[in-house]
Structure formats: C-alpha cells, structure tokens
Design a protein around this ligand. Structure first.
Ligand code: AGP
Length: 612
C-alpha cells in the first residue's frame, strides 16, 4: 500500500506535503517523492524514507502553492529512484502519483510502445501517466481532465491517483477505483490524501471519494464527476478522528503508544455496547441483518494476518457460548479455492484497514453468492465498510504501528460481545451466566492496566532473549490463536523466526525443536487446559528447553518451575485471550527495541496490504 498527499491553496506546499508524507509513511516507506507547481512543475523523488527526500530536495527550489506527494511500498519494480513516484509522462505533460495495481498494464504498455512512447521505470504507474499524455496529444481539444478520465477508463485493477498537468499548473485531478482517497476542505485550501491522518489538523471537513469518482481541484473550486463525465453525488462529512490521536506523546514508538491505549479503547467499546444496567449487549451496527444471525446455519469468518487470529478466537467463542457453527478462512485462500457458499451463509470479514485486497476479494465473492456479508473494521468509509450489508467499527482510533495491537484486542472484544449476545438470544446462556460473563469483560481494562504496570519486568526478560534465532509460542483453546499472534508480532518487528503452535501438537513434531537455545513461550493460565499445559512444560524441561511462561498471577506451582514468567490476573477463560496477548505484545516490542529494529516501519511490510 502506498501513501498519496496533495495540496492546493494559499500556502507553500512543500512543508505541507513533507509533513503529510511523514504521517503516511506507515503505509509504505521504500521511496518517496513530491511534485511542486510554480511556473512549471518540478519533481523531487528518491529511494528511502521521507527524511531522505527532505535531504535530497533541501537546497533546491521548493516553492509552489500546489503539489502532490507519494510514499511507496513497491509492487511493480524495485524500490529505487527511477521507480519512485511521482512519475512524469514522456513529454512531461502529466505528473502522477498512484496507489494500487493496474492489472492490464502490460498490454497498455505494449500499445504505448507501438505508439512511440518510451519508459523510464518498471512501474505500472508510468503506464497510466503515458496513457494520459497519449490521449491528451491525440485530440486537438482534449482537456487534461478528459485525458485523465479516458486513460483511467482504459485501466483494469485499482487505483487512487493525483495528477498534475503542465498546461494546467494550478489544478490537481484526483481519482479512485478500489483504493481510498479523501478530499480535505480547509478555508483557504484543498487537500488530497490516502487517509485522514495527515490532514485532520488542517481541515474543517472532508469528502470520501466514491468508486470511479474524479475530482478536479483548483485553488478556489472543487468539481466531482464520474469517470464517464457525469456529475457525481458526494457527501461532506466531519473527520472521525481528532488531532490528539496523532501525537506519539512521550512514547518512543507508535506501537508502544497503541499497546498502552488498549485499556481505554476496550473500556470505550464496552461502555458503548453493554447496556446501562449491564444485563445486555447492543451491537446496533448489525441491526439491519441481526435477525439472520441467531438462526444462521454457519458463520464464516475471513481475514488475514492478525485479523485472522482474531477470527480464530471468534470461532472458539461463538461455538462455545452460542453453539453456532463457525468456519475461519484465510481470505487469500478462500477467494481462490472455489468454496461452497450458500445464500443462508453469514460471512464476516475482519480487517483493521478495511482495504486488504484479499479480504475484499473474498468478501465480494461471498456477496456474489448471495451470502449475508458483515464486517468488523477500524477505518470508516473503507472499501470493506462500503461493501458489507452491515458491520461493527472497532473505534480503536487510527493505528499507525504496522504491527497491529490495539485493533486486534478491539476486534477480539467485539467478537466476545457478539458471542455472548448470540448465546443470550439463542437461549444458550442464562441471564445469570451472561451477566457474570459481562462482568468479567468489564474488568478487562483494569486487568490489562495491571499487566502494563509491569512492562519493565517484561522488558528485562525480553532483553535476555534478544539474540534468539528462533522462538516457539504454545497455547491451547483460545490461547492457541494468541500463540499465533504472539509469534507474528515477534516475527514482524524483530525479524526473529517465530512459530505459534497448538500446545497439544508439540509431541507431533515441534518438540524436535527443543534444545537449550530456543525460547519457548507457553501460555498456561489456570484454566480448563492448565494441567495439560503443565505437562507440556515438563516435556520441554525434560529436554533442557528454555521456557517463558504466561501464567496466572500467584501461581507459585508454575513460577517455581519456570524461571521467566509473565503474570496475568486471574480471569474467566472468556477474557483470557485479551489478557494473555498483552505481555506477548510487550515482549516482542522490547526484543525489537533491544535489537534497534525499525519498530513502526518494519522492513518489507506495509500497514495495509492493498495488493494481492
Ligand atoms: C498485523 O500485525 C500485520 N500488520 C498484518 O498481518 C495485518 O494484520 C494483515 O495485513 C491484515 O490487515 P487488515 O486487518 O487491515 O485487513
């Protein structure tokens, strides 16, 4: 996924674009560039981060009150200077930044080559900008806007673009299909951005462009049309986040800030969704389809990465407390394996960004089969939110750290509420039991805070293991997906190879890995699987394994057996996943910190994978 920013207004664009790109770097950060319009259009771009672009452009003419910028996560072509955006058309008529993938770029490029066009990069984006120039020069009276619309209409795949034309210097054209783009409105300027974060402090309102919308923006005007040149309806809304969320405060990394935000986020979710006398649960976002859920023959939950782990926890909870069959699918597999889908199916997509290409495609396939499609998302007006029949927002606030933390626990909180509500509405859970479970949930924020209070103890343990080459995470029941999530966190930000495994599977192979080097994190709270987990620990110890336990506070039996422990407060198994993941998030964070890793922007990753 890449980041796009644009500005046209009364102030110099350079610093606005640079600061905006810095707030978009979480979307991709292997190269960056800007184009500025001041008499002519100047392009500055280079491999590396936005800070490198600042150094590269600092002693050049960076004046201009209109401009576009881009920070890249490479899809087509190496992350190097020539493939960095903005891309200029062959004769320089058009300059473009692009987020997305053009699926038919090869045939379009072949046609352009036949028409004498030369290419400087390996990107699909350069094909779009040359196609614009082709249409622009083909017709005598073709306007830059018409050329942009004609070129985009020829493409297949998804795009969000911002385009400048050398003959219309005080104009920016923005368009989207499948990749998000917002127009920010200030009293003396317009902004374009891939998401709200870079502009939220500078705008009064915003417009989320719809599919195939084209916005033609000058300093004093904004026109929105469709690709077919018809007037396009649009809604002016207020931004859903406040500027306060966009400061790291005294946290060194966004990820650490977001880990510490979790108690408040979960508390807010519970406050909004547990009715005032704490006897019921309100999930209003599902109201339009809720009647289908208690009697559903099955619920299929799809997602990727961390969201898939949340889905797995949802499966265990919904089957345990509501007795509805649940299947969990990797969206990237589900979309291609020709699954058997029925109109009576409920398909629930879980996605922090709401822009994950595999999840969108899998959901679209489910929609085409007539299934009822729902979403749990963290980003308003995202593609998945637009696609689904109904859904729930996690309201976790913008998640900047590439490694997901607060969005995960917010997803699990909503899935826990859904499981209890379905159990109540199906008569599986009595009023007494459901109220006890609700009380357990209400205590979660305070219990997470008590774990966070011990974060320095976790740091000390983490630093002992920073030189590990491998790690194994084990858990049973709902703590098996927690083990998977803990392993993913460590992999993502410290680059240490880590695997999550169902603890019961140890003896079927992974136990061969046990030696006196590999740390094995065993999640073993006092629950129905406790004794089996203790057996696992004995098996590992018999082979001189190094164990880190996630154990119930005060469990002296285990703490005498294992040297390094992360303690979590005693709790009902319903909420243990929300507690057990916290020390694992901190463990990964502090290992990566001890290694000096780029925690908020890990190598090769992007915050949302909007490509296949
Ligand atoms: C999580 O830490 C990763 N960044 C990644 O696995 C992520 O969860 C996955 O790409 C799905 O993203 P989504 O929730 O935005 O759909």
């Amino acid at each position: 996924m890449c980041g796009i920013i644009g500005y046209i207004g009364n102030n110099n664009a350079y610093s606005i674009l640079i600061q905006g790109l810095k707030k978009l770097e979480y979307r991709g950060y292997d190269s960056a560039g800007i184009a500025l319009s001041n008499g002519n259009i100047k392009v500055f771009k280079c491999q590396g981060k936005v800070a490198d672009l600042e150094v590269y452009s600092s002693n050049q003419d960076i004046s201009g009150k209109a401009g576009i910028g881009h920070t890249r996560w490479a899809t087509h072509g190496e992350p190097d200077d020539k493939n960095a955006h903005p891309h200029s058309s062959m004769e320089g008529d058009f300059i473009l930044v692009h987020n997305g993938i053009i699926e038919n770029f090869a045939e379009l490029k072949a046609d352009l080559l036949k028409n004498g066009f030369l290419f400087k990069s390996d990107t699909d984006s350069e094909v779009i900008v040359n196609l614009m120039e082709y249409y622009y020069r083909q017709g005598k009276s073709t306007s830059s806007e018409t050329a942009v619309r004609l070129a985009l209409s020829k493409t297949k795949g998804n795009f969000a673009v911002a385009v400048m034309c050398k003959n219309d210097k005080d104009q920016i054209i923005a368009a989207r299909r499948g990749s998000p783009l917002v127009i920010g409105i200030a009293s003396d300027a317009y902004f374009i951005s891939s998401d709200v974060s870079p502009v939220v402090n500078q705008i009064n309102s915003l417009i989320y462009l719809n599919e195939n919308d084209v916005a033609i923006i000058t300093k004093g005007s904004l026109t929105i049309k469709t690709l077919e040149n018809a007037p396009a309806p649009f809604k002016i809304s207020q931004s859903e986040i406040t500027g306060l969320e966009l400061e790291k405060g005294n946290f060194e990394h966004w990820m650490l800030k977001e880990i510490f935000e979790q108690p408040k986020i979960i508390s807010d979710i519970l406050h909004d969704r547990i009715v005032h006398d704490q006897t019921g649960i309100r999930l209003d976002g599902l109201n339009s389809v809720y009647s289908k859920l208690p009697e559903a023959s099955r619920i299929i939950i799809i997602g990727c990465g961390t969201s898939w782990h949340a889905a797995l926890i949802g499966e265990y909870l919904i089957e345990e407390y509501a007795r509805i069959p649940v299947e969990v699918e990797y969206a990237s597999e589900f979309r291609y394996r020709n699954p058997i889908l029925k109109p009576t199916d409920i398909v629930l997509a879980i996605s922090q960004s709401g822009e994950t290409a595999d999840t969108i495609a899998a959901l679209q396939m489910a929609k085409n089969s007539g299934a009822t499609i729902l979403g749990i998302c963290n980003v308003f007006a995202s593609s998945i939110v637009r696609l689904t029949d109904a859904g729930l927002f996690t309201h976790a606030g913008i998640e900047i750290g590439v490694a997901s933390t607060k969005a995960f626990t917010a997803q699990v909180t909503l899935l826990t509420l859904l499981a209890i509500k379905l159990g109540m509405d199906r008569g599986i859970l009595s009023a007494e039991v459901s109220q006890k479970l609700i009380q357990e949930l209400i205590q979660v924020p305070a219990k997470i805070n008590s774990i966070l209070d011990n974060h320095l103890d976790i740091r000390i343990i983490a630093e002992k293991y920073k030189s590990s080459v491998n790690a194994l995470f084990l858990g049973r029941g709902t703590l098996f997906p927690v083990a998977l999530e803990g392993a993913l966190k460590l992999k993502e930000i410290s680059y240490i190879h880590a695997e999550g495994y169902a603890a019961g599977e140890m003896k079927h192979g992974p136990i061969a890995l046990v030696d006196n080097k590999i740390p094995i994190i065993v999640i073993a709270p006092k629950d129905m699987n406790y004794l089996k987990s203790v057996n696992n620990i004995h098996e590992i110890q018999a082979r001189k394994g190094k164990i880190i336990g996630v154990i119930t506070k005060g469990d002296t039996d285990l703490s005498s057996l294992i040297t390094d422990n992360f303690e979590i407060p005693e709790a009902d198994p319903l909420v243990t996943p929300l507690l057990a993941i916290i020390p694992l998030q901190l463990f990964s964070y502090y290992v990566a910190s001890a290694l000096g890793c780029d925690i908020d922007q890990p190598r090769n990753l992007a915050k949302s994978v909007t490509v296949e």
